[in-house]
Design a binder for this molecule. Sequence first.
Ligand code: IVH
Length: 678
Amino acid sequence: MNDAASAHRRIQQLREQIEHHNRRYYEHDDPEIADADFDALMRELAALEADYPEYATTDSPTQRVGGRTARGFQSVTHLQPMLSLDNAFDEAEVAGFDRRIRARLEYDGAVTYCAEPKLDGVAVSLLYEQGELVRGATRGDGREGENITGNLRTVNDVVSRLSTKEPPARIEVRGEVYLPKQAFAELNRRLEQGGGKAFVNPRNAAAGSLRQLDAAVTAERPLQMFVYGLGETGDTVIPESHYETLQMLAGWGFRISPLARTVTGVDGCLAFHDEVLRQRDQLPYEVDGVVYKVDRADWRRELGFVARAPRWAIAHKFPAEEAVTRVLDVTFQVGRTGALTPVARLAPVFVGGVTVSNATLHNMDEVRRKDVRIGDTVFVRRAGDVIPEVVRVVAEKRPDDASLVELPSACPDCGAEVVRPEGEAVARCSGGLGCPAQRKQTLKHFASRRAMDIDGLGDKLVEQLVDRDLLHDPADIFGLAKADLVELERMGEQSAANLLEAIERSRETTLARFLYALGIREVGEATAEALAAHFGDLDALVMADEEDLLRVPDVGPVVADYISGFFRQQENREVIRRLREAGVRWRAERPRDSGLQQAFDGQAVVLTGSLAAMTRDQARDAVRRLGGRVTGSVSGKTAFVVAGDDPGSKIERARELEVPVLDEAAFLQRLREAGLAI
Ligand code: IVH
C-alpha cells in the first residue's frame, strides 16, 4: 500500500475510534480511555489531515466539538456555537500561539492576555432575558446542546435573576459547572457502598449529575459554577476587555475565578501557568490547565475563529493525573504495624508527571468494592504527591482469564498467620517484630526525616542491614560499627563515616520526635507533640493511665489503648532503655501548665514564606509552646496564617476561605503578648 493509501486508512480508523470515545465521554459520562490518550488520537488525526489535505473533511472530529445530545432532554440550538479550545502542551506551543496572534494583528509589542484556570467540569450556557434565566443548556456538539434548565436551577451558583437595575434585553453567560474534589470523593463513596459504579473523576461526576432526568437528584449534588465568558450578547454594550467583562459578571452575582488576572506576553502566561500548577493540589476543585485569552475585545473580533476553536485563546494543559493501564499482578505489602496492603503491579504508565508501575488498592474491602482483578484494564490516578491509586476498572476490557485477588493466609514475608479481626477492613501479619518486613518498616520510620532524622539511613540501607541481621530494633542502630557498614553495597569509607556521624547527631532529639519515631499505632507527629507537651517527660507518659492519657487533646480511647499497650510490652520498654543507654536524649519540654499563657490553645496555624526574626523551626516551636500546632495546608479549621516574605499560594487559599492572615510583625506581637521573649 502506498503512503497516501495507508494514511487514508489510518485517518478513517482514527475517526471511528474518536467517535466511539466521544460517545462514551459525552453521552454516557463513562470514558474508556484517559483524556491524555484521547488528546493523542486527536493530534495524530490532525497531523495526518494536515499532511494529506485531500482526506480532510468538514465532518471530521477535528472540525467539530465533542458529543451529541443524549436522549431524554430536549435539544436546543445555541445562539452562538459553543466552541472548544486548542491545546498547548509546552512552552514552545504557547510561544507559537503568541507569535501567530502578533503576526495576524501585525503588532510587535507584548500582548495582554486574561489568564484563568481551566476548570475541569462541564461547559454550560445560561440565557437571560430581561435579567431572568430562561434557558440553561449543555454544550452538546457545540451547535446543539441539551436543555437542562430545571437541573441548572438547582445549582446554587446559577443566578436566576441578574443583580442589575438595567439588565440587558438578552444575554448568554457561559461557564463551567463542577463538583468540588471533596464532594466527588463523598459521592463515589456513597455510590460504591450502594453497589453502584464510581465516577472516574470529578468532571464525569459533574456531567452525570447535571444530566439526571430527575432534577431532585441533581439538587442533592453540591455542584458549583465559575463563569468565564459570554455567548450571544444581542444589543448589549459589553466592556472592551475580557477582564472587565468578568468583573461585570461578578457584579451581576456570578462567581468568577479568584485566580483570573491579566498577564503580559508569553513570560506572563508561563508564570501564571507555573503558579496555578503549584497550587493545583490545594485547590478545592479540579483544574486541568490554564487558559490564555487575548484581553482586548476589538482584537478578538479581528482574530476570529477556526472551525472548532477561537484563534484568540488557548488552553495550556497540566500533566494528566489519570491514565489507563493494565494490572499485571496484585501483591501484598506488609507495613510497620503488620497491615497488609494490596498493591497493583501495573504495566508502567506516565501519569501526574512520573512513570508509575505500582498503585495502592488500600485494603481487601476496596479490592472487592472496585472488583479489581489481575489482568483488568484500570484507571490510575496520581494527584500531587499522593500515592497512585486504582480508581476504577474498565469492565468492557476484562479478559476471560482475569483472576480474582485473594488475601494470603500467611504473611508473604515471614510466613506468620494473617489475621483479620471481624468488622475490620485491614488484615495484619501476626509476626510482630519477628517479621522482617515489619522490622524494616519500623526502622525506616524511626530513621526518617521527621522522626530521628538520621541522614543517609534510607530505605535501601535499612533493608540491607536487616537482611544481613545487623539490625533488629532501633537500639541496634546506635551499636553499628564502621566495619559493619563498609561491607555493604555502595558504601565506601567516607559514606560509612558520614552515616556514623549522622547517627551520632541524631542522639540529641526532642521528646516529640522520639515518641513519633517509636511508631506507636495512631501516634502521628501531631499526637506525639501533644503528648510531649502534656507530659513533659517520658517517664510520666510511660506511667500514665487511661484517664491521664484522655486529658491530652487529640487522644481518644482507641489511641490511649494503643499507647498504654505499647508501653506495657516488655520488649518495647527494653528497646527504650537501650536507646537511652546509648545516649539518646532530649531537652526537657515544658509541660502545658508552665507559666506561659496557652494563647494558641488547640489552634491550627499555617506558616508560609520566610520570616526575618526567626527560622521556621523556631516559629513552629513558639506556636507549640503556646499550645497551638503548625499544619501544612490551609483549611476551614485553620485559625490563622502567618505570612513571611515571598509567601506561597497558601495566602490565596486563606483569602478564599476567609482565614485571617498575620504578617510577621503582627505574629511577633501575639507571641510577646502571650509571654514569649522574642
Ligand atoms: S473559554 C470559545 N475559559 O474548556 C472558548 N473555557 O475546550 C470558550 N473551560 O468546554 C472557552 N475553564 O468549558 C474557557 N476559564 C475557562 C475555562 C474553559 C474550563 C472549558 C470549557 C470548554 C473547554 C474548552
